[in-house]
Design a protein around this ligand. Structure first.
Ligand code: AMP
Length: 224
């Protein structure tokens, strides 16, 4: 099963992807994570994209399509979760072609809907634990008073350079201008499911299909 998680910054794509990885053994392909890794390790490509990312602009299609192609060539796994890719129509076309080349299908595109005011609140104030990746929020889930992560005890508080109000506005603008047309694109292809990202995590249940034990995702009663 190969799926795309589509949604504005802060919609919860990464969090949902993590659940799918843990429960179904799927492989998460997050172009944002790949680009941050390249930036942190100081590769040529990382240096090239650092400014673009901190402004909240999209990096070029060529770069991200290259990253995804590399991963698809090398990974087997139970299926892919595309998280933060594609973000433009050109990327969507390229993904279709890449999947065809390796005889894979795109099973579903899941749009996670969250209204803009909630998105901004979620992102500004967000931090993660450098030790285990646990997500915290200054208002809704502050770090424990002793400064240690409640899961792993690390004191390494990480904040994304682009999780500030100015970059976020630009990221939202990029989403509406370049990524939201993908909703129509995948609707027309018959792949799209939209879910309410403001509901509790229980709206996404990851189960095994009782009939034949095939892993599947249950989206509020709709199995995929
Ligand atoms: P994310 O972690 O998905 O929010 O991505 C962080 C940043 O990485 C974005 O604001 C873009 O600058 C860049 N980025 C990630 N994925 C893509 C993509 N598919 N196309 C273009 N830029 C991307």
């Amino acid at each position: 099963m190969n799926i795309i998680l589509l949604g504005a910054p802060g919609a919860g794509k990464g969090t949902q992807a993590q659940f799918l990885v843990e429960s179904l053994g799927m492989v998460q392909l997050s172009t944002g994570d790949m680009l941050r890794e390249a930036k942190d390790s100081g590769t040529e490509m990382g240096k090239l994209v650092a400014d673009v990312m901190s402004r909240g602009d999209l990096v070029t299609d060529e770069i991200v399509i290259g990253l995804i192609k590399e991963k698809l060539d090398g990974e087997q796994g139970a299926g892919f979760i595309f998280d933060g890719f594609p973000r433009t129509l050109a990327q969507a076309d390229a993904l279709g072609a890449l999947l065809k080349e390796c005889n894979r299908d795109l099973d579903r595109v899941i749009e996670i809907q969250v209204d803009d005011t909630a998105l901004i609140k979620r992102i500004v104030g967000r931090s993660t634990c450098g030790g285990c990746g646990q997500v915290y929020h200054d208002e809704t889930k502050p770090w424990p008073l002793n400064g240690q992560c409640s899961i792993c005890g690390s004191t390494d508080v990480k904040r994304r350079a682009d999780d500030n109000e100015e970059s976020l506005k630009q990221r939202l603008m990029e989403y509406y201008k370049k990524t939201s047309p993908l909703l129509g694109y995948y609707f027309a292809k018959g792949n799209l499911i939209s879910i309410n990202g403001l509901l509790s995590m229980d709206c996404l249940l990851y189960t095994s299909d009782a009939a034949d034990d095939t892993p599947c995702v249950d989206l509020g009663g709709r199995r995929i």
